[in-house]
Design a protein around this ligand. Structure first.
Ligand code: PRP
Length: 216
């Protein structure tokens, strides 16, 4: 079977609602942050399907024994927020994945060349090969940043097929690069926009997610 990048755009009214709030240029930072938190929560909920490791057992209910399924606490879980904007999605993700370790990765694009550089790397030297990794980055534009993040992760033993990316707006250049480099990868995004302009901004997008999240 040939592996292919899978991109899901969950048709959920809560995701659509918070995307609309985030896109609106009149939304102030305080509300934009709420929108990011909610999108982080619902996109993580969608991404967790068939990704969170479970174990089957039985429980004794007050009235009898029945089959039961728990989240497997033995399988390592990690969330990797791509700073700064990925921090906006982190809080919502963390509420659903309270046992996950959080490894911050700070990447910033040069405004002229659009090349990302890394200014903070809190990744461990080596990941357990079974680690489930969730990357949070609201914007996948030219794809430079997410490819850099995937390189840093796979060099440390992360399996792309056990990795999920949540984003808010994804654009074709980033999806093409990810598909070529990591065909087994699965992405959950609130929307796919068609264009990236000459300044590297997704159009219509939602502007600069980092600046809008932090009011800078
Ligand atoms: C933005 C955004 C993504 C990246 C996407 O970050 O949050 O991480 O650009 O662009 P790309 O796909 O073309 O690489 P930015 O570098 O502006 O930093 P910030 O999150 O601190 O604002």
């Amino acid at each position: 079977m040939t592996l292919q990048l899978r991109v899901y755009v969950p048709p959920h009214p809560l995701i659509k609602h918070w995307l609309a709030v985030a896109r609106d240029a009149a939304t102030p930072s305080v509300l934009f942050r709420s929108a990011m938190t909610e999108l982080g929560r619902w996109l993580t909920y969608e991404a967790a399907r068939e990704w969170l490791p479970t174990q089957d057992t039985t429980v004794q209910s007050p009235l009898g024994i029945c089959p039961a399924t728990y989240i497997d606490p033995e399988v390592p879980m990690a969330v990797v927020p791509i700073l700064r904007a990925g921090l906006g999605l982190l809080e919502g993700a963390q509420t659903l994945l309270p046992l996950a370790s959080i490894y911050h990765l700070g990447l910033v694009r040069d405004e002229t060349t659009l090349q990302p550089s890394c200014y903070l790397n809190k990744l461990p030297e080596k990941f357990h090969p079974q680690t489930r990794v969730l990357i949070t980055d609201p914007m996948l534009a030219t794809g430079g940043s997410i490819i850099k993040a995937m390189e840093e992760l796979t060099q440390r033993g992360v399996d792309p097929s056990l990795t999920r990316i949540i984003s808010v707006v994804a654009a074709p250049p980033a999806l093409q690069k990810l598909g070529a480099a990591y065909p087994g990868l699965i992405i959950y995004t609130a929307t796919i926009d068609e264009q990236v302009n000459e300044r590297g901004f997704i159009v219509p997008g939602l502007g600069d997610a980092g600046d809008r999240t932090f009011g800078t």
